[in-house]
Design a protein around this ligand. Structure first.
Ligand code: ZN
Length: 133
């Protein structure tokens, strides 16, 4: 059983196209400078619609996390226990993701992380984070 795939539409297509190339991008408001995540048609801070995609460094630190011991879907059965996390990107915004590449017992708040990519069906790549080298 495979993991679910994102619903890709005109709003989110730039993000998934960049992910395919191994680039993490996020919308940023040209009017007030706020980052917008998840992709939205308007800025959550000022409601402006002057949004542009910006490439992110992929560097982050762990803000908070939870260890999941029960698979929410059959595709996750061989993944448990896994780490569901909120990371703070070096540029400031936060995103929900998974921490991979280390034992869940070694995960710590404030840990330095770097983006990496999980391949899913159809060439879809999903951003994950692993301890920074
Ligand atoms: Zn704004």
């Amino acid at each position: 059983m495979s993991k679910p795939l994102p619903d890709i539409d005109d709003l989110t297509r730039p993000f998934w196209d960049a992910a395919r190339d191994g680039r993490l991008i996020m919308q940023r408001c040209a009017d007030c400078g706020a980052y917008v995540w998840h992709p939205q048609p308007w800025c959550r801070a000022c409601y402006g619609q002057n949004l542009a995609w910006q490439e992110m460094s992929g560097q982050a630190e762990l803000f908070t996390f939870s260890v999941v011991h029960y698979a929410p879907l059959p595709g996750y059965a061989d993944q448990v226990p896994y780490v569901l996390a909120t990371v703070r990107l070096a540029e400031g915004p936060q995103m929900m993701t998974n921490i991979i590449g280390c034992d869940w017992r070694d995960v710590r708040i404030g840990q330095r992380l770097a983006v990496c990519w999980e391949e899913r069906a159809g060439g879809i790549r999903v951003p994950q984070f692993a301890p920074a080298a």
